[in-house]
Ligand binder design. Structure first.
Ligand code: F6R
Length: 240
C-alpha cells in the first residue's frame, strides 16, 4: 500500500488526476470505474481539463459506474448518474457506448446486475478503480457487513449512508436501497486509488488502514490488496 498525503483538497485532486492520466496513457482501452459523491469532483474536473488540452485521451477508455441509489435516475439531483454525466462523461464528450451504468429506476434490478457483470467480463475486468470512502467505511454501496466476494449486488443502505446522503438531495427522501459493484469486482481491479479529504474522514481512514480487517469496515478489505494507492489530504491523514 502506498499512502500519499497532500496539503489540501486541491493538491489531492491534481495528484489523483495525474495518477489516473498516467494509468490511461499506459493502458489505453482499459475499463475505468469512478466513485461519484463529492470527493472525486476535483479530480474529475482536472481530468476533463487535461482531456480538453490534449494531455490525456479520455475517449479511448471504457467506463463502468460504481453504484446508484435505487429509484433515482439522471433527472434526479444527487443521483450518481447525474453527478458523473454532468461533471465528467458529458463534460469530456465521452460517447454513451463507452459507458455502462446501473439504471436505478429499472424494475428488474437483478437484470441490471447481470448486465453490468457481463459488461465487466467482456472488458476483461476493471483496470483502475477510483474509490471514495463513507464515514462508515463503505466503498461504493458496500455497506458494513457486506460479503467480500460479491459481484454486482443490491443492498439495504446503512442508516449513516442515508443520513449523510441527504447532502446530495434537495427535497427528496434518501432512498433506502442501493445497487453497487461488489467487493469481488473492486478487489479484482488491476489498481485501486482511494481518495479522502477532510477531518471528518480521518477516523474511518485510520480504522480502515490500521485496524484489523473486518466486514464491519468494508474499506479494511483494501489492506489485502497489493496495488493500492491511498491519496488523502493532511486532515484526512491526521489520525494515521
Ligand atoms: C459514491 C460512492 C460512495 C462515496 C462515499 C464518500 O458513488 O461510491 O461510496 O464514495 O460515500 O462520499 P463523498 O465523497 O461525498 O464524501
Amino acid at each position: 500500500m502506498n499512502i500519499i498525503v497532500k496539503n489540501d483538497y486541491e493538491e489531492l485532486s491534481i495528484a489523483a488526476a495525474e495518477y489516473v492520466a498516467d494509468y490511461i496513457r499506459n493502458n489505453p482501452g482499459k475499463l475505468l470505474c469512478f466513485a461519484a459523491g463529492d470527493t472525486p469532483l476535483g479530480l474529475l474536473r482536472e481530468l476533463v481539463k487535461m482531456n480538453n488540452s490534449g494531455e490525456v485521451d479520455l475517449v479511448s477508455m471504457w467506463y463502468v459506474g460504481l453504484d446508484e441509489w435505487i429509484g433515482l435516475g439522471y433527472e434526479d439531483k444527487g443521483s450518481c448518474k447525474q453527478i458523473m454525466f454532468d461533471n465528467f462523461y458529458n463534460a469530456a464528450e465521452i460517447p454513451d457506448n463507452r459507458i455502462m451504468v446501473f439504471d436505478g429506476k429499472d424494475i428488474d434490478l437483478d437484470g441490471q446486475c447481470v448486465r453490468v457483470d457481463n459488461f465487466i467480463k467482456q472488458q476483461g475486468g476493471v483496470g483502475l478503480t477510483v474509490l471514495g470512502i463513507g464515514v462508515n467505511g463503505h466503498l461504493g454501496f458496500n455497506e458494513p457487513g457486506v460479503q467480500s466476494d460479491a459481484k454486482s449486488l443490491i443492498v439495504n443502505l446503512d442508516q449513516i449512508t442515508c443520513t449523510i446522503g441527504a447532502k446530495y438531495f434537495s427535497g427528496i427522501i434518501c432512498p433506502s436501497k442501493g445497487i453497487t459493484l461488489g467487493l469481488g469486482h473492486l478487489l479484482n481491479a488491476d489498481k485501486i486509488v482511494l481518495i479522502a479529504s477532510g477531518e471528518h474522514k480521518s477516523e474511518i481512514v485510520r480504522k480502515s488502514l490500521k485496524d484489523k480487517i473486518n466486514t464491519n469496515i468494508p474499506a479494511s478489505a483494501l489492506q489485502n490488496y497489493l496495488n493500492l494507492t491511498v491519496l488523502i489530504d493532511k486532515e484526512a491523514a491526521s489520525k494515521l
